[in-house]
Design a binder for this molecule. Structure first.
Ligand code: NAD
Ligand code: TDX
Length: 332
């Protein structure tokens, strides 16, 4: 039995990985999660009771983290403050969880020798011009824009230093924008789907032409599992699925699939410092570890995601009013 500790396993991508990992009968999972506004126990239902345990706690709690590390074979670190807009209105929890939390985990990894996989984002590389033929690679210089992405960048650099200075058995992955079921309604795609369900017009920041490189969360999970199985310690792997789309393209697809006119959206105040474009070159992961994404069709993935939000209103409804109130306060 491989015993995995998953931090942030009650969040969007962490819970996806928990479901994915537990589909392997020889894996057991412990989730460590603080249950912030973004964590939901409702994302962790239907799991095998004999192989799953939930621990309510903070990754900044050194004693708890060190004890848990001693009981597991590997840790996958998803826990984070994850939303750029929140990091602009209140950066303090981003510094605490993303930097101090990662530091706390790395010290526990150093003390116990556990295998550690660090989940990060392509936003650490800053942004690309719209017409730049290049995509991000593992050697692109770090150049983060927001409090969120700068704390993620700082946490990646801590991991690299703990590998080199202390021999921590770590790998890092930097993934592009995820979509799929169980994503908090503050994020772009679920916000627009649930707005349309509520009869509210989608909101695009600025001119709506910023580009994101979308990957289904299931593909992110399979890539992380592959890195855990076969990744080389000390290495960074970029994860993506060739999913570049303008935000306008995405909203038009959602409107069309939900039976609305494709121009039934509003342009609203832009995000300060809004990154223009992200694009991932994931050839190292495919060449070295033989990984490829399975969700080849973005429209199919979006259709599945719309169906999930239609069928699971009880999951997202409690989040919706508070998320929209935060946006209303800044004219978005
Ligand atoms: P999320 O906000 O949905 O979930 C974060 C989870 O972490 C929540 O369950 C929350 O309760 C928990 N958490 C927060 N602070 C904690 C603390 N101090 N101690 C313990 N638990 C805590 O985030 P997500 O979108 O699932 O992102 C997960 C990870 O993936 C993050 O590290 C993020 O940077 C990274 N990532 C996200 C994306 C994306 O598109 N969402 C893309 C690339 C990388
Ligand atoms: O209502 C909106 N309208 C809009 O135009 C919202 C919420 C967003 N946007 C735009 C901003 C971005 O260009 O849509 C794009 C996606 O926005 P977010 O969902 O906030 O994602 P982003 O800022 O790109 O960051 C996401 O991907 C990288 C995750 O939230 C991060 O955790 C991850 O690291």
């Amino acid at each position: 039995m491989t015993k995995l500790l998953i931090t942030g396993g009650a969040g969007f991508i962490g819970s996806n990985f928990v479901h994915y990992a537990l589909a392997h009968p020889d894996v057991s999972v412990t989730v460590l999660d603080k249950l912030t506004y973004a964590g939901s126990l409702a994302s962790l239902t239907g799991l095998p009771e004999d192989r799953f345990r939930f621990v309510h706690g903070d990754i900044c709690d050194s004693a708890l983290v060190t004890e848990l590390f001693g009981e597991h074979d590997a840790v996958v670190h998803y826990a984070a403050e994850s939303h750029n807009d929140n990091s602009l209105s209140g950066p303090a929890p981003f510094v605490q969880t993303n930097l101090i939390g990662t530091f706390t985990l790395l010290e526990a990894a150093r003390a116990t020798g556990i295998r550690y996989h660090h989940i990060s984002t392509d936003e650490v590389y800053g942004d690309l011009e719209f017409d730049d033929p290049e995509r991000f690679t593992e050697s692109t210089p770090y150049n983060p824009s927001s409090p969120y992405s700068s704390t993620k960048a700082g946490s990646d650099l801590l991991v690299r230093a703990w590998v080199r200075s202390f021999g921590v058995q770590a790998t890092i992955s930097n993934c592009s924008n995820n979509y799929g079921p169980r994503q908090h309604v503050e994020k772009f795609i679920p916000r627009q789907i649930t707005n349309v369900i509520d009869g509210v017009r989608p909101r695009l920041y600025g001119d709506g032409l910023n580009v994101r490189d979308w990957i289904h969360a299931d593909d992110h999970s399979s890539a992380v599992m592959r890195i855990l199985e076969a990744g080389r310690v000390g290495e960074t792997y970029l994860i993506g699925a060739d999913g570049e789309k303008t935000n306008r393209d995405v909203v038009e697809a959602i409107l069309q699939m939900m039976g609305q006119p494709t121009d039934a959206y509003d342009l609203v105040t832009d995000r300060p410092g809004h990154d223009k474009r992200y694009a991932i070159d994931w050839s190292k992961l495919s060449d070295e570890l033989g990984w490829t994404p399975t969700y080849q069709s973005f429209p199919d993935g979006i259709a599945d995601t719309i169906a999930w939000y239609r069928d699971n209103e009880a999951w997202w409804r409690p989040q919706k009013a508070e998320a929209e109130a935060k946006y209303a306060a800044v004219g978005q």
